[in-house]
Design a protein around this ligand. Structure first.
Ligand SMILES: [Zn+2]
Length: 125
């Protein structure tokens, strides 16, 4: 998931005709990957939407206690969250590859053992 804004807040735009954006969520809970309910670090985004001022409105869900929360967060917090999600995805893929490799090695060992024991015959195929 990439949460890059279509344009970043430049700080030099006139704000006279713009509606006032919602206030950013307070510093508490700034680590978006951490659940405020149970402390799990597996919080995931359910949906997100750019507010138009370089911040994001986002709903988060904890898969461990099902707690949800919504808030408006600055781009840098979303960037940090995005990095955490990417790291989590990478760790999950690495774990999947390791388990798949171990399973295949185990199957090969069993197959070799069965061949050696004469338990596999041509008519088995
Ligand atoms: Zn939780």
């Amino acid at each position: 998931m990439r949460m890059q804004p279509e344009r970043r807040h430049q700080g030099s735009h006139s704000t006279s005709s713009r509606p006032t954006p919602p206030p950013a969520t307070a510093a508490r809970g700034a680590d978006l990957h951490v659940c405020l309910g149970c402390g799990s670090d597996l919080v995931q985004p359910l949906w997100w939407e750019e507010t138009g001022d370089g911040r994001w409105s986002i709903e988060l869900r904890c898969p461990e206690c099902e707690r949800r929360r919504e808030g408006v967060f600055a781009q840098h917090l979303l960037d940090d969250f995005d990095e955490r999600l990417t790291d989590g995805t990478d760790a999950l893929l690495a774990s999947h590859r390791r388990v798949a490799r171990e399973n295949l090695a185990h199957e090969v060992d069993r197959f070799v053992g069965a061949l050696a024991a004469g338990a596999i015959l041509p008519e088995d195929f």
